[in-house]
Ligand binder design. Structure first.
Ligand code: FE2
Length: 295
């Protein structure tokens, strides 16, 4: 199975926020968006990447958060329309990032509008939107929310206690069979920013739980640049990949990550590729980043 990994798309604000919308942390974000981010994150870049991804009609796509900027209801409505014009619900899995929980807002006014991409695709009980579990043959995708409100200029994340309990329960339910388990979270599991102020505050609690199970791949966003690290879980080095911001050109290139997951003789294998679009030549190229077999 081919999985494409995109992240931090920060779709443009199409409806001007009202004065009352900006009487909170959004004011800082709106100034930053208007003076800076608006020029960097271009929806046309997403169209180029999405068209390329959708050439493979069998694949699945993962979007690891920061879909919008200020968590305005109108932004989620636009995001639902835009993503819906490309991806039917069975083709995309998304999780929220810190910008999707920028200020305190109702679930109904935010991620609810994208719920078709965050629902279990089988009969596992789902009491709340996150974590969700999707199964594709024997590939299990677990989507976690690390999106919490943080003070102005901060962008940390946290996994709730309820989610930690459900993650444990899901991993237990999968442990008897040979699933290829992929974990999605917006914030990386490694430290990020001064004293981890941009990172996942309770990463150690999550790592402690994960250490009891076989995890095959961990995917995140948040950094806006590509990242490739490993984390030792159950004495196995588990690959952690961060996708760059898909709407932002870097050095004249757009890029996303691709995972080719296969099972031969009951053993899983993974190949990781970087797919880049060179803006000057308008051509794509593919580079292999990693190839490994799992015992
Ligand atoms: Fe983020």
């Amino acid at each position: 199975m081919i999985i494409s990994h995109i992240s931090d798309i920060h779709l443009p604000i199409m409806v001007q926020p009202s004065f009352s919308d900006l009487l909170n942390k959004r004011l800082f974000g709106f100034i930053n968006h208007s003076s800076n981010r608006k020029k960097i994150h271009d929806i046309e870049n997403l169209r180029i990447i999405f068209d390329d991804i959708l050439k493979n009609s069998d694949g699945h796509t993962i979007l690891t958060g920061d879909i919008v900027n200020l968590s305005l209801r109108s932004e989620f409505e636009s995001a639902s329309d835009f993503l819906g014009s490309y991806f039917p619900k069975e083709k995309l899995s998304i999780i929220p990032g810190n910008h999707d929980s920028y200020v305190k807002c109702n679930y109904e006014d935010s991620m609810y509008m994208l719920r078709r991409y965050t629902e279990n695709n089988h009969d596992h009980r789902q009491a709340s939107p996150f974590p969700y579990l999707k199964l594709f043959n024997n590939i299990a995708i677990i989507g976690i929310s690390t999106a919490v409100v943080s003070p102005p200029l901060m962008s940390w994340g946290r996994v709730s206690e309820t989610q930690l309990d459900t993650i444990t329960e899901i991993l237990h339910s999968l442990s008897k069979d040979n699933y290829f388990i992929i974990l999605l979270l917006h914030h990386p599991l490694h430290e990020f920013g001064f004293l981890n102020f941009k990172g996942l505050l309770n990463k150690n609690s999550l790592i402690k739980i994960l250490s009891g199970f076989n995890i095959n791949l961990i995917l995140h966003g948040h950094l806006h640049t590509e990242s490739q690290k490993k984390i030792s879980l159950k004495e196995v080095n588990v690959p952690c990949f961060g996708a760059p911001s898909t709407s932002r050109a870097n050095g004249g290139k757009l890029s996303f990550l691709k995972y080719d997951i296969d099972k031969v003789n009951d053993k899983w294998s993974l190949k990781v590729y970087r797919r880049s679009y060179i803006m000057q030549t308008k051509k794509f190229k593919t580079q292999i980043l990693m190839s490994r077999a799992y015992d």
